[in-house]
Design a binder for this molecule. Structure first.
Ligand code: GAL
Length: 354
């Protein structure tokens, strides 16, 4: 029945497209949610920069609901979007509606998260996601001097990865795990919970509450005397700031303070996490300037609509095709450089971080 409905929908959409006049310069921008800080900035940046470039913008947030994102994309197509910029919730779940856009000749740019399992994606703009994980892993190697033969450990580590439906999450985890694997193999790092598989350490929808609850369980099961002389946790490798926030909340609730809290990694320099870095609760984050990503994406939109081949500097395999991409550069951030990175650059005001 579902398949029949999908076919009927595609037919209706295709027929209605036939008589549709393309709206000059209209760009559909589909964002996943407003419940995670960065996507609000992404949406605002994209709208402001596209409008400054002379486009009209249909910006939609899908509340982390795939069905909502599908219908928003359908409406963008029906309303004459000339290009679709898609930050997917689940990059593998949009095949039907993207195929309809492709049939209508609408170019599709995957924004930050790769669209997978579909021919109907033309370009991808993102940050080097594997490198984000490498930056987190390398920070741990350096912080604990793990490449020094005289350092034997073992140090305890627990992993918190991102959402299993987000193609980025696997890349972040792989970048970090691959960097740390030699030290896990050498026994310098140990995982008392034994949880080292992406599927096990993943956090659906990147929810802070979920990563907090999982860390609660890990602490009670594997670190019951962490603060009374038993095995303690040295490192919490978190793939991004929303999961790091949940892990930090769990550790603080368990009695850890800035004096003895495990080394916690993150990504995005969210306001709450930057405050935690300043307070000594989170060790580092990775800055991905969403203004830069928007600039690059708007340039790509302009090039595509002018018939110019956009600049790309990478390629991602989306399981059915090679997608040309432009990878922006992620930057290490911690309490020692956040002023220059975030305040001097105008990303945040000082008051926002008070
Ligand atoms: C990822 C994104 C990260 C992370 C997460 C939650 O796809 O690249 O910056 O924060 O989503 O928004």
């Amino acid at each position: 029945m579902k398949k029949v409905l999908a076919v009927v929908l595609a037919l209706v959409l295709t027929l209605s497209l036939a008589g549709m006049a393309v709206a000059e310069g209209k760009v559909g921008v589909a964002m996943p949610t407003q419940s995670l800080q960065r996507w609000n900035q992404d949406g605002e940046n994209m709208k402001a920069q596209l409008e400054a470039a002379g486009f009209t913008v249909d910006l939609q947030y899908a509340n982390n609901e795939v069905a909502t994102q599908v219908s928003q994309l359908e409406n963008m197509i029906l309303n004459g979007a000339q290009v679709l910029v898609v930050a997917s919730i689940d990059g593998s779940a949009l095949g039907t509606v993207l195929a309809t856009a492709k049939e209508a000749g609408i170019p599709i740019i995957a924004y930050d998260r790769l669209l997978t399992d579909t021919e109907a994606v033309d370009y991808y703009t993102t940050f080097d996601n594997y490198k984000v994980g490498q930056i987190q892993g390398q920070y741990i190697v350096d912080r604990f001097d793990l490449s020094n033969d005289a350092v034997t450990g073992p140090f305890t580590i627990e992993f918190t990865a991102g959402s299993p439906d987000d193609n980025n999450a696997g890349l972040f985890f792989a970048g970090a795990y691959d960097t740390l694997k030699p030290y896990l193999d050498a026994g310098k790092l140990v995982i008392p919970s034994g949880q080292d598989q992406f599927e096990v350490v993943a956090t659906p929808a990147w929810k802070s509450e979920t990563s907090q609850a999982r860390m609660d369980n890990i602490l009670s099961a594997f670190y019951p005397e962490a603060l009374t002389g038993g095995t303690t946790l040295d490192i919490a490798l978190c793939s991004n700031d929303s999961t790091a926030l949940g892990v930090t909340n769990s550790l603080v609730a368990a009695g850890f303070t800035a004096e003895n809290i495990p080394v916690i990694t993150g990504q995005d320099c969210d306001i709450a996490n930057t405050k935690n870095m300043i307070a000594g609760l989170q060790a580092m984050s990775v800055f991905k300037d969403t203004r830069t990503l928007a600039e690059q994406t708007v340039k790509m939109v302009s090039d595509i609509l002018s018939g110019v081949a956009p600049e790309t500097n990478g390629v991602y395999d989306n399981k059915v095709k090679e997608v040309a991409s432009y990878n922006c550069t992620p930057v290490f951030a911690d309490a020692s450089n956040y002023v220059e990175l975030l305040i001097d650059s105008g990303y945040y005001t000082e008051d926002q971080l008070k």
